[in-house]
Design a binder for this molecule. Structure first.
Ligand code: NAG
Ligand code: NAG
Ligand code: NAG
Ligand code: NAG
Length: 398
């Protein structure tokens, strides 16, 4: 009886399988990405967000988001590998690998030190992709090891975490949920060097985050502050969210991704259980219109409450990662459908042919009044989710 119900349930889910939006494979994607590569200033600066009318704003390489545009070149290259180039998909208009490689070179000086705190993982993204293409590339190996060393040096064994942000008082040790995204770098460097201290640091950080950053209902605090000398939690608060007790949606998405990724990297069940709890909170709190607000607890009035398109695209990738590691088919299907629904709904709101970015409605930092923008990370994760669906045979290339 139980088996029959399970079977009926999976059939119902399978028949309701969501369809990815056509825009995810539009030729506008390669066209816009190429136009932005051509517009990169010399000496290089990287796009981070757009104006509220869709024009990219460029930032010096020592910025946490600088890896995202170079790695977007690698991501379009991956799409070209998955889909043969046709006039309809527009993927044949450039040598994406060459563009990604050239743009990555501007990140290399950051190996000697940078102001990006824990965000060494994001800076390393293009070099991680480079090693998938050319595992012998010494430049990429050196970059990964250098960025990992900078992150590892931020580890405090008393706290059991890497310091996310520096603060003027060195005993004030601040960790943000986003930091979960930077841990993968330590595993890559361990593979390259054989230094097993690196994964131990990542695991300690994830365990400490699991203990202190997550509320009983599966929501997350953005910032947890510790006493660097005793390891005691001194404060739980927000920086980019609505309030100290609210849940900033991009942070929640980073958390789902980070814990699902730690499960992939270690096989520790606690991490997938945590990723599921965070995913449940995220999915249960999406309003009926399917648009993820910048903070799940931000007030509805005045309407419209700003969305954050990047929270949708990051969460879509996080859910696809979770789906890949779910052994129960109905659960995997549920996460996959939820990912596709997020992509469909955000496309309906935020796909902007006239903008330089792919998507509008990013909220970079609402407390700083930086909203209604495109974001380089939101666009990167949009393309990446599209590639993931193709590689799992859940979408067609055009
Ligand atoms: C190695 O990687 C770097 C940066 O990622 C790139 O600029 C360079 O072209 C690559 N070299 C080769 C030989 O693939
Ligand atoms: C391994 O990495 C840790 C963290 O960066 C470092 O302190 C240690 O010296 C490294 N060990 C070796 C043998 O290089
Ligand atoms: C938007 O999201 C809702 C609920 O999250 C879902 O039921 C609906 O199918 C989505 N819309 C589209 C066009 O996918
Ligand atoms: C989306 O962005 C447009 C302007 O680009 C704005 O008018 C609209 O209110 C935004 N919607 C949400 C839900 O953020």
């Amino acid at each position: 009886m139980h088996t029959l119900l399970t079977l009926l349930y999976s059939c119902a889910l399978a028949s309701a399988a969501a369809t990815p939006p056509a825009e995810l494979y539009s030729s506008l994607i390669p066209q816009k990405v190429l136009a932005t590569f051509k517009a990169l200033p010399n000496p290089v600066k990287y796009p981070q967000w757009t104006s509220t009318s869709g024009t990219w704003q460029y930032f010096s390489p020592d910025t946490w988001t600088s890896g995202f545009f170079p790695v977007t070149g690698y991501e379009v290259n991956t799409r070209r590998t998955l889909c043969s180039a046709t006039p309809a998909n527009g993927l044949g208009i450039a040598d994406w690998l060459a563009l990604g490689r050239t743009a990555s070179n501007g990140l290399i000086p950051l190996e000697n030190g940078n102001g990006q705190g824990h965000d060494q993982g994001f800076l390393s993204f293009p070099f991680v992709e480079e090693l998938l293409v050319n595992p012998d590339n010494a430049t990429a190996k050196t970059a990964i090891n250098a960025f990992a060393k900078i992150l590892a040096n931020r580890f405090n064994p008393v706290v059991g975490a890497t310091r996310s942000w520096d603060s003027s008082d060195p005993t004030n040790f601040q960790v943000i949920i986003d930091n979960m995204m930077n841990l993968e770098l330590l595993f890559h460097a361990e593979t390259l060097t054989g230094n097993s201290t690196l994964s131990k640091i990542a695991i300690a950080h994830a365990d400490t985050t699991m203990k202190n950053h997550i509320r009983a209902d599966g929501s997350t605090w953005h910032v947890v502050e510790y006493n660097a000398n005793t390891g005691a939690v001194t404060r739980k608060r927000t920086a980019q969210g609505y309030s100290d007790s609210s849940t900033w949606s991009r942070g929640q998405a980073w958390g789902i991704y980070g814990f699902a990724n730690m499960y992939r990297l270690t096989g520790n069940e606690d991490y997938i259980v945590t990723a599921r709890r965070l995913a449940k909170y995220f999915l249960d709190n999406i309003p009926a219109d399917g648009i993820v607000p910048w903070d799940f607890n931000a007030p509805l009035i005045p309407a419209p409450r700003p969305a954050d398109s990047s929270a949708s695209t990051i969460a879509a990738n996080a859910l696809l990662l979770l789906a890949k590691h779910e052994s129960v088919p109905a659960s995997a299907q549920m996460y996959t459908d939820a990912a596709i629904n997020l992509l469909s709904n955000i496309t309906r709101l935020a796909w902007k042919p006239s903008w330089q970015s792919l998507l509008s409605n990013g909220t970079v930092n609402k407390p700083a009044n930086n909203q209604l923008t495109g974001t380089v990370y939101g666009d990167y994760y949009y393309i990446k989710a599209g590639n993931e669906l193709i590689s799992r045979n859940l979408a067609k290339c055009t």
